[in-house]
Unconditional design. Sequence first.
Length: 158
Amino acid sequence: MAATGSKSVLFVCLGNICRSPIAEAVFRKMATDAGVVDKWRIDSAATSTYEIGNPPDYRGQACMKRHGVPMRHVARQVTKDDFMSFEYILCMDESNLSDLKRKGNSVKNLKAKIELLGIYDPQKQLIISDPYYGSDEDFEKVYEQCVRCCKAFLEANS
């Protein structure tokens, strides 16, 4: 699933079935298109245990298909090892951020830089809202935010 490269990013949301697998798929396609995917380890995970083992939300999968972005993921929870092995852990909202910082505090060899993915948004939309209880348009908005943020993040780390 995750290529082994010199750089690494883990995208995180609450359940790992909507926002973070979209961000993971978008970033993987951008890195592939830019010819740098081999330099990256790319994955996504959840702060919660709610959806472990489940595929991405069908609405997110449909959105990715419309945009020609391949998506293959099974939901998992963030592990202590993730904090030690990923360079960046990028999350979607303030709740994810506080959960990750709390979990990260219990890790001795914390390596990861924990940030909101939205800090990379050129349109300055800091929070990527959970589309789970929303509509197809909400998934489209998440996709568009992820495209902007991932593009800027990739440029900043190339």
